[in-house]
Design a protein around this ligand. Sequence first.
Ligand code: G6P
Length: 377
Amino acid sequence: AQAEKNGYAHFMLKEIYEQPRAVRDTLAGRLCNASGVIELPEINVSPETFQSAQRVLIASCGTSWHAGLAAKFLLERMARIPVEVDYASEFRYRDPLVSGSDIGLLISQSGETADTLAAQAEMIAKGSQTVAICNVVGAALTRKAVGTITTNAGPEIGVASTKAFTAQLAALLAFSLYAAQSRGTMTPEEIQALSQDLLKLPALMETALRSCQPVCESLAEIFANASDFLFLGRGIHYPIALEGALKLKEISYVHAEGYPAGEMKHGPNALVDETLPVVCVATKDIHDPTSVLKYEKTLSNIQEVTARGGRVIAIAVEGDNEIAKLVEHTIYVPQAREVLLPLIEVIPLQLLAYHIAVKRGCDVDQPRNLAKSVTVE
Ligand code: G6P
């Protein structure tokens, strides 16, 4: 088993480091071709179907649900199509409104999660076509779908998902680009420019791995004994905050909660005191005014936390020298476009959870009470 870990102490760490490769392999052949066109024949959904579709319905579980939540931001922004995101375990118990003009999208690393399969069956029974995003070729989910984007993350052994998650986000970016092209909501030039930037994404992830590793290890030393954590984010960074909290809960058994930054004032601010670490995803795309505006609002939320003595760990983009003056700790990641930042900023959250779990002596790869794939409802 040691050999399979390639010299890493745990499968999870190895898989964290495999992410640039997983993302590169998932995007390969799915970005603009020589004529500047995105082709995604494997999903089997025609441009006309995307044009007439009323909604995209997403159902998934756990980390895959966080990818689904991020996909809502991607698809609504890029393809201007309304998206609903459900926990697969909730979907079918409310007699959901599904029609033939909805496209169902099921996201699952294993493709065997019982709740996700049940949600897919409900969508199909109500007349919608379903597309799978799945890391396992031939899995049950893919057999019922009209088409599948296979995430090429390779086998994931650690129970806590890492490389499958960023590969899902990469697949969802390709899906969103194809949807945008089909619906004419992005110009061919915009599609090409984003495709070009996606090609550079794995290198940015490499940089994040290198620069965040030592910082996350020393922060883990400082905070390993905290009993609760909050994770905050706004917009597309909110699902990433949720994922950071989930990683920590899963492998370190520390209570953690993810929250939209702007909701703090409606409750969680009451939890803040000098013992509470608050990890805040405060990245921004400096070329995108909406992203910058969102970031500034998040900064005011951070100040509300520090004013109450909370210990803020900010995830920020390189070049942001202002934020370090406001918070106790800053972890820097490379700058990128808003829609690419999630795949970069999740890296320090994974590393932080990993090092805290190691310092607490937990079984990182096989946390208690959890299974890699849950085949009961
Ligand atoms: C389990 C795993 C999680 C995973 C979830 C959904 O709870 O421990 O890591 O995110 O199932 O799994 P799936 O295979 O459907 O993505």
